[in-house]
Design a binder for this molecule. Structure first.
Ligand code: CMP
Length: 140
């Protein structure tokens, strides 16, 4: 077990339905601490840069359109094994496959509008955090 940080996004489908607090409660109940947070509206260029790893995928343009369709809440989460713990509490990418009690099982609308994003590894977490937060925006 090790103290770790991960990067999380509460997506436009969730900000639109005013359920950011319910999602944050689930993260906190799982033992994760929000050590930085900001609500922003991404430009097309910001969404394309963040999801560049998916740029050849057929869903890329739709994903960028969705992620710029409303405000998102970007977070740095901290806790024991935060990357894996966050992925566990988020549930599978497709809500149809997500375990009961997970964020996506309870709140996601579809594979695309799946309420949350979470880093898939510690290396990705470090990259995503550095893309979205300056050091002085992470008070701990
Ligand atoms: P996320 O974890 O943010 O990473 C990429 C996102 O693309 C994913 O969640 C979904 O919101 C979206 N997406 C849309 N279609 C697919 C698909 N077929 N496979 C994976 N992700 C998809």
């Amino acid at each position: 077990m090790s103290m770790e940080r991960t990067f999380s996004i509460i997506k436009p489908d969730a900000t639109r339905r005013n359920i950011t607090g319910r999602i944050i409660t689930k993260l906190e109940d799982a033992g994760l601490r929000v050590v930085a947070q900001k609500r922003v509206l991404w430009s097309k260029a910001q969404a394309q840069a963040f999801y560049a790893v998916h740029k050849e995928r057929p869903f890329f343009d739709d994903l960028v359109a969705f992620m710029t369709s409303g405000p998102i809440v970007m977070q740095v989460l901290e806790g024991e094994n935060a990357v894996a713990k966050n992925r566990e509490i988020m549930g599978a990418t497709d809500p149809a496959d997500a375990d009961p009690g997970t964020i996506r099982a309870e709140f996601a609308e579809s594979l695309e509008a799946n309420s949350v994003h979470g880093s898939d590894s510690p290396d990705t977490a470090a990259l995503e955090i550095s893309m979205c937060f300056r050091d002085d925006e992470i008070p701990g």
